[in-house]
Design a protein around this ligand. Structure first.
Ligand code: NAP
Length: 244
């Protein structure tokens, strides 16, 4: 059966690994095309937008897709909505993979904010050193009087003035996160409530640093599973239903 896997996440890569070599599945993993060097995958890949809901409906029909797995990032709200609408229109079963959000524990000093402008405002007016890990597209709200250490997969086109730019693809281990916070004398972190590997949050807790956390957009309608294993079980069930 033909599977379209919407990716750009560790979960999508894990699902691709789980399906590669399984003769029941012909998988295409789709990237938005934002990162310069996406991870090499053991399944076919495509890159670039579909052209909204209508374009994705056309794609699903033209390619004879039997199942759509939306394993995009929790903040990829537009793609998630498009996937839900297009799958419904094309009559294709769809599953969303949404990793559990982080939960604050003892010793955490988190401020939850609804968006980037509020995150910038939450930093206050006293200059501080900020570790900013919100992705390269969402930096416009951040500026003086703070000093920024920006980390993203590719270098951002317009980092805040004077920012130190670090590139790297997670997950990052807790010890190296601790070293990074100490090395740059970071005083506060700003992150999206992405979930997943939480090395920087552990390190912030160890150092007693506050975290400004940008809340997730609402989840999509329809069935949702928390991880790649559950998505693989769903796909195995879809294959069984089709007698594949
Ligand atoms: P978005 O705002 O929800 O999507 C914007 C548009 O990008 C979509 O309407 C679609 O274009 C295209 N698109 C998004 N994901 C796609 C995919 N997997 N395959 C093909 N086209 C895709 O998405 P975003 O927040 O910019 O994220 C872009 C990609 O980066 C996603 O694949 C996501 O998984 C990954 N990512 C995002 C974040 C984040 O913080 N947002 C973090 C890590 C990874 P059309 O309407 O033309 O189809």
């Amino acid at each position: 059966m033909r599977v379209l896997l919407l990716g750009g996440t560790a979960e999508a890569s894990a699902i691709a690994r789980g399906l590669a070599g399984d003769a029941r599945f012909a998988v295409t993993l789709s990237y938005a095309g934002r990162t310069r060097a996406p991870m090499v995958q053991p399944v076919a890949t495509r890159s670039g937008g579909f052209g909204g809901v209508a374009g994705l409906v056309d794609y699903l029909r033209h390619e004879g897709v039997d199942a759509l797995v939306d394993a995009t990032h929790p903040f990829a709200a537009r793609m998630k909505a498009n996937a839900a609408n297009a799958a419904a229109q094309a009559g294709v079963p769809r599953l969303a993979v949404l990793r559990p959000p982080w939960v604050a524990g003892p010793g955490d000093d988190w401020t939850l904010v609804p968006g980037m402008a509020q995150a910038a405002a939450a930093l206050g007016l006293v200059p501080r050193c900020v570790l900013l890990t919100v992705g390269q597209q969402d930096l416009a709200a951040f500026g003086p009087p703070h000093r920024y250490v920006v980390r993203s997969v590719d270098p951002p086109a317009r980092p805040p003035a004077g920012a130190i730019v670090l590139t790297g693809r997670g997950p990052f281990d807790p010890a190296s996160e601790l070293a990074l916070l100490r090395h740059h004398r970071v005083e506060v972190l700003v992150t999206k409530a992405s979930g997943g590997a939480d090395g920087k949050l552990w390190a912030a807790r160890m150092l007693g640093l506050p975290v400004v956390m940008v809340a997730r957009p609402p989840p999509p309608d329809g069935p949702i599973v928390p991880d790649a294993d559950a998505a693989l079980r769903w796909l195995h069930g879809q294959a069984a239903c089709r007698g594949v």
